[in-house]
Design a protein around this ligand. Structure first.
Ligand code: GLC
Length: 475
């Protein structure tokens, strides 16, 4: 039995702010479904926001003290079994009993503690993994600790480290004053983490890991170029033999229009006409005229400019000049929040905006809209385009990262393609893609084919889980 430990800062359903949480909540189970020869477990912090029902059903499996430089900190390890997968939680209230997951002044110290605790935990819980798969910068120090410190201990000496990049824009960058004092690294480790005059934890993990993965094949290529690398293309170029891109899947049971209780009316491709009831309910929720015929364009996204909102802003009036409705759900940068609140006020009959994070409303939108817009500047994988497709909502995407890998442009002549795409990060190119989509919408035969193509795509984890297992096997 091969043992694999996933290390990350969030996982659905316990605590999540984005796609990383979805992956850590669904890939481990997919791996265990795919092979009876792996035991995949996950470790994350015990945040305040973890629901009481999970906390009260967790078991305390270890208690010890973590030495973080001169600090001696308590660590409790709790275990909770979610289906076949054991999730461990690192418990320390000083570090993790906070209102939100990220954004504290001492995030560097919080995740250094987390990584140190994870490395120390293994013998206590009697789970020495063959493979340590760390996800994003919050867990990067585990890779660095393994290769710079722990691998010299017998029990850790055969362990391999995989580092998975979900978004290269977040790297964990700090000043050198905390190299020893917080990160517990020595002067001879300095060159491993040093980048551009700072400590860069992502760079350290890239250099130290045995295999570097990212969440789509296209993004694996993109991050080796200056435009996408957030400064790390040289390091990635030097480590390119270690890189592989594996596309994410989605949890097709959780996102299933046939069984989803969060939506107004359940449907399948054969009963697609029932989607209309969802649309009418959504229009009501957003205070828009209830009209089954008008195409609804939707976005569900963090309001960050790299998600393509600059483009939407630029041509919002032109989009809304057509006979359409536009709905948006998300929170984020205040400038964007202000803009879209203003847009809804200017177009009360055409534009509905909810500045919120609401999982169930998100599902209602996926199930109700006709067109799902995702014009990201960069998108490592993107999950929403796959979720929208599953609910028969046609994705309009920019050809970048995982959007390029998952969505192929529709060609009505041959009936192939599962969405509409555009290449250049340009507002009018996006507008043109939206207009082409509206033209398909107006042609019922073409539209039905496009919706069917979108809905029947296999975005489950099955194929990717196999690829992950092969990658682990190669180590
Ligand atoms: C990050 C990326 C997103 C990806 C997700 C899961 O949130 O921005 O594109 O889908 O991680 O890997």
């Amino acid at each position: 039995m091969k043992k694999i430990l996933f290390v990350g800062s969030e996982a659905v359903p316990f605590a999540a702010t984005g796609g990383l949480g979805d992956v850590l909540g669904s890939l481990p189970a997919a791996l265990m479904r795919e092979s009876s020869d792996v035991d995949v477990r996950v470790v994350m912090p015990m945040y305040q926001v973890v629901a009481e029902k999970y906390k009260s059903q967790s078991k305390l499996v270890a208690e010890f003290t973590v030495q973080l430089s001169w600090r001696k900190q308590y660590c409790g390890v709790w275990a909770y079994k979610l289906g076949a997968v054991t999730y461990y939680f690192i418990d320390n209230e000083y570090y993790f009993k906070r209102q939100s997951l990220y954004g504290s002044f001492d995030d560097g110290e919080r995740y250094a503690y987390f990584c140190k605790a994870v490395m120390e935990m293994m013998p206590y819980i009697d789970f020495m993994p063959d493979i340590l798969n760390c996800h994003d910068w919050q867990s990067a120090l585990c890779v660095i600790y393994l290769k710079r410190k722990y691998c010299y201990l017998e029990a850790y000496s055969n362990m391999k480290a995989v580092y998975t990049i979900h978004n290269i824009d977040y790297q964990g960058i700090y000043g050198f004053d905390i190299l020893g004092d917080i990160f517990c690294l020595d002067s001879w480790d300095r060159y491993v983490v040093e980048y551009d005059g700072c400590i860069n934890l992502t760079k350290g993990a890239i250099v130290c890991c045995d295999k570097l993965t990212t969440v789509s094949p296209n993004y694996a290529n993109e991050i080796q170029t200056e435009y996408f690398s957030s400064g790390l293309h040289h390091i990635l170029g030097m480590n390119k033999d270690k890189i592989c891109g594996i596309i994410n899947g989605i949890d097709v049971d959780y996102y299933n229009p046939e069984t989803d209780t969060a939506i107004t009316e359940r449907f399948t491709l054969d009963t697609i006409e029932k989607k209309t009831a969802n649309k009418l309910a959504l229009q009501k929720t957003f205070g828009l005229p209830e009209n089954a015929d008008v195409p609804v364009i939707a976005m569900v996204s963090r309001l960050a400019s790299h998600k393509g909102f600059d483009l939407v802003r630029r041509v919002a009036d032109e989009i809304l000049a057509s006979d359409v409705q536009f709905v948006l759900l998300g929170t984020g940068e205040s400038e964007l929040e202000d803009f879209f609140a203003g847009l809804a006020a200017r177009y009360p009959d055409k534009c509905g905006v909810m500045l919120a994070f609401d999982k169930n409303l998100a599902k209602q939108i996926y199930a109700s809209a006709d067109i799902f817009l995702m014009p990201s500047k960069s998108e490592p994988c993107g999950l929403a385009q796959m979720i929208a497709s599953r609910y028969g909502t046609v994705p309009v995407v920019r050809e970048t990262g995982g959007l390029y890998d998952t969505i192929k442009p529709f060609n009505p002549d041959i009936g192939e393609g599962n969405g509409v795409t555009f290449q250049t990060y340009n507002a009018h190119d996006m507008l043109d893609a939206v207009r082409r989509t509206l033209a398909f919408y107006a042609d019922k035969k073409a539209w039905n084919k496009l919706v069917a193509n979108a809905m029947t795509c296999d975005f489950s984890w099955d194929a990717s889980a196999k690829t992950y297992l092969k990658m682990y096997e190669s180590l």
